[in-house]
Design a protein around this ligand. Structure first.
Ligand SMILES: [Cu+2]
Length: 152
């Protein structure tokens, strides 16, 4: 994917400027993917670690709203990696030996940006960091009891 493609994706996803969710430019490389909501209400997406690249592909996943997520992770690299994933409550961890595939079930009810990465061997700092970006509104039970605030 060229940077021009990525810029177009950022614009199409509304992540290229001030918005109510996140700025896609926070992550400098990689591409954008969109989760699909199944008839069972679960949003599904797949990320992959290509061989020798130390990135999640796509590195930004956009979800229409908070909810139940089924994330499939594929490690096509020659090394073992892991993913420490956000989840309401405690994070979840999945180990991915080389050339393996795993599925994580996550509950993420709030809109906003959640980061995840492979925390072994500083792979996170070297590029293996991804973002899950959720649109939508804060659930009613999580809203503070105060007057509506101006938002961009
Ligand atoms: Cu790793």
């Amino acid at each position: 994917m060229t940077s021009t493609d990525r810029d177009a994706d950022l614009a199409a996803a509304g992540l290229d400027g001030q918005n109510r969710t996140a700025l896609g430019r926070l992550l400098g490389t990689g591409s954008i993917g969109h989760a699909e909501k199944g008839s069972d209400g679960i949003m599904r997406a797949t990320v992959r670690i290509p061989e020798d690249e130390l990135i999640w592909e796509p590195s930004i996943l956009v979800f229409p709203e908070g909810g139940e997520v089924e994330l499939t992770l594929i490690n096509d690299d020659k090394n073992t990696h892991c993913a420490v994933l956000p989840h309401n409550g405690d994070p979840k961890i999945i180990w991915l030996v080389n050339h393996s595939k795993g599925t994580a079930r996550l509950s993420l009810s709030g809109p906003g940006t959640y980061y995840y990465g492979s925390t072994t061997g500083n792979d996170e700092g070297r590029g293996l960091t991804g973002a899950l970006v959720f649109g939508g509104e804060v659930p009613d039970q999580a809203k503070q009891d105060r007057p509506p605030q101006p938002r961009p």
